[in-house]
Design a protein around this ligand. Structure first.
Ligand code: ARG
Length: 588
């Protein structure tokens, strides 16, 4: 659907043309002097040189052509040559009506949908989730939803870290604790028990204990390395243990991600692509890309235009073991084979950027992907504490995701109970819903690449640029709509009429930004655009609400129009927060 800005730009373009100038000069933008006008066009300034004319003369002529334009209710030429514009309230209302009836709320869906795999989440099995994984999950989930809304075919893949040293560590520690288990008996030929020899809480204790010990005790570390390599070679007992570890942790991970309203289409991991590695490496050697350097196997990936040194991609270590890089390359190979994606997007900590530069170049150079497959990296910044350092627990340890969420929910609960508008019974559930908005909005409202400060107090506030403020606004709208219905009114009657006051018009002017915002957010992979948009809409709505009688409106036609406007506001806000990955409660 044509955007309001396009309609206005077209109208200006026609006027420039009519006055004898290039229609391309007619670009309209939001006014940077909202005290003077709503929109502006600086085309006369831009065209002055080419036409050898004073800009205000051009502006005067164009304004004269627009004198009775149906699109604008005010067109003013001001010195030195700007054109100040106010959109016509009638035109705006008719635009709102079209937007209301458009099932995508004016968003243009992709004409030719692409297949996009988003690699996000990236937790490491058996290690607790930490805040870094939180950012990947929050940002990746939002981009997935935006891309889907745009009409693309999107697959979210969690890409579990399930094949590394942590597995060898757990096996080693388990062996020390329960040496009699059949998994450690090389002569055991029977069937291994189907029940795991640990619970999730035991597993969560085993890994850190093993990790700590391996740092203090070299023999222990070597044992863990050996166990990892035996597992990777497929040792029967270790594979059986690995399956137990996977089952127990994946069930726990699923629960954790569900609480975050994050879901994956594919639960694949590093282990799944190991079978591809031998052939992949062989082909790289045969094709002359991979060669031996000090015992290791490497592929050069530097390019002439590099301004800083890009080291070669290491494919196999001198002991023949594969690496993080090798696994990522094999993963691209598998994805290409199974899903033939147009794009693979990685949402990973920006400190891993060099790794992905190497992997992408190597994949292209060795022909794992052709030029049609876009490989992109969205690197996010660090979540810091108030001290400006990476977020830690009060004791200085790594903050576990569950504890962080629990802290937020507790704070949210306190604030909701203080607000006292909810009976205690559902305050806890409401706190969870609102708490999630606090965490997600707090993260997504920043440009992903930037570091930000995780501030529980600020994020959970009902005022300011926060998730709870947005939800509060939605709940307010819903309660008015509910009351209207309780009083016998029906939604969807009448029609949207031209705005009756400035704040109502301002609200309408904000709402129409939905289409361009979602399209830009997709193009730029920038959920923060949607946050900025809903913050503006929420502010415009609250000003409107304070200045306008809604349920008390006496003219029935106007009342129906106001209700429709409220319902549309609710719809753009609720659709937007769904794209960000959270939802609003019924009451707060
Ligand atoms: N498991 C990794 C980590 O915790 C993140 C994985 C990111 N995705 C990838 N394809 N490498 O750092």
């Amino acid at each position: 659907m044509k955007k309001l800005m396009e309609c206005m730009t077209e109208e200006l373009g026609k006027a420039f043309e009519k006055a004898g100038y290039d229609p391309a000069l007619g670009r309209v933008s939001v006014s940077n002097r909202p005290d003077l006008c709503e929109y502006q066009c600086n085309g006369a300034m831009a065209g002055a040189k080419a036409y050898k004319k004073a800009p205000f003369m051009i502006a005067d002529e164009v304004a004269a052509v627009l004198a009775d334009s149906p699109v604008f209710e005010k067109v003013e030429s001001v010195r030195p040559g700007f054109i100040n514009l106010d959109v016509s309230a009638e035109f705006l209302a008719s635009y709102m009506k079209k937007m209301e009836s458009d099932e995508n709320l004016s968003v243009d869906r992709a004409a030719s949908p692409r297949t996009i795999i988003i690699d996000y989440g990236g937790p490491n099995v058996a290690k607790p989730l930490h805040v870094g994984h939180l950012r990947s999950a929050i940002i990746g989930e939002s981009i997935k939803r935006i891309a889907r809304f745009m009409g693309h075919k999107v697959l979210g893949d969690i890409h579990l870290g399930d094949w590394g040293l942590q597995m060898g560590l757990i096996i080693t520690e388990l062996r020390k604790r329960q040496p009699d288990l059949p998994y450690f008996d090389d002569n055991f030929e029977g069937e291994y028990p189907s029940d795991p020899p640990f619970t999730i809480s035991e597993l969560e204790e085993i890994y850190p204990a093993a990790s700590k010990r391996s740092k203090e005790d070299e023999d222990y570390r070597n044992e863990a390395l050996l166990a990892t390599s035996l597992l990777q070679k497929g040792k029967r007992g270790y594979m059986a243990l690995w399956n137990h570890i996977m089952k127990v942790s994946v069930a726990d991970l699923k629960k954790n991600y569900e609480n975050l309203n994050v879901s994956f289409d594919l639960w694949k991991g590093e282990s799944d692509v190991q079978p591809y590695i031998p052939d992949m490496v062989k082909k790289m050697q045969e094709d002359g890309f991979a060669y031996e350097d000090q015992g290791a196997l490497i592929v050069d990936v530097k390019e002439d235009t590099d301004t800083k040194e890009i080291p070669p991609c290491m494919i196999l270590k001198s002991d023949g073991a594969s690496l993080y890089t090798t696994t990522d390359l094999a993963t691209i190979l598998e994805r290409k084979k199974l899903y033939d994606p147009d794009e693979i997007l990685y949402v990973v900590d920006k400190r891993q950027e060099l790794h992905f530069v190497q992997v992408f170049r190597c994949a292209r150079r060795t022909g794992i992907v052709d030029e049609h497959t876009v490989l992109s990296f969205l690197g996010f910044g660090t979540m810091n504490g108030k001290d400006g350092k990476p977020f830690k627990t009060r004791e200085g340890g790594v903050m576990r995701l569950e504890n962080l969420i629990a802290d937020i929910n507790e704070e949210m609960y306190k604030k909701i109970v203080e607000n006292r508008s909810v009976r205690d019974m559902d305050a806890e559930d409401t706190a969870k819903v609102v708490g999630l908005s606090a965490v997600k909005y707090g993260d997504l409202s920043n440009q992903a690449v930037k570091d930000y400060v995780f501030d529980v107090d600020r994020f959970t506030s009902f005022e300011g640029n926060t998730g709870p403020y947005i939800l509060y606004t939605i709940v307010r709208i819903k309660s008015i709509l509910n009351r209207y219905q309780e009083e016998g009114g029906h939604l969807g009657e009448g029609e949207i009429l031209p705005a009756g006051n400035k704040s109502e018009k301002d609200l309408m002017r904000q709402i129409v930004g939905f289409g361009p915002t979602v399209e830009d957010a997709f193009e730029e992979k920038a959920p923060h655009r949607i946050c900025a948009y809903i913050y503006d809409v929420a502010n415009a709505f609250n000003s409107f609400y304070h200045e306008t009688r809604i349920l008390g409106e006496e003219d029935p036609g106007r009342k129906k129009s106001l209700i429709r406007l409220l319902d549309l506001t609710r719809k753009v806000l609720e659709t937007s927060i769904d794209l960000l990955g959270f939802s609003a409660p019924e009451r707060m």
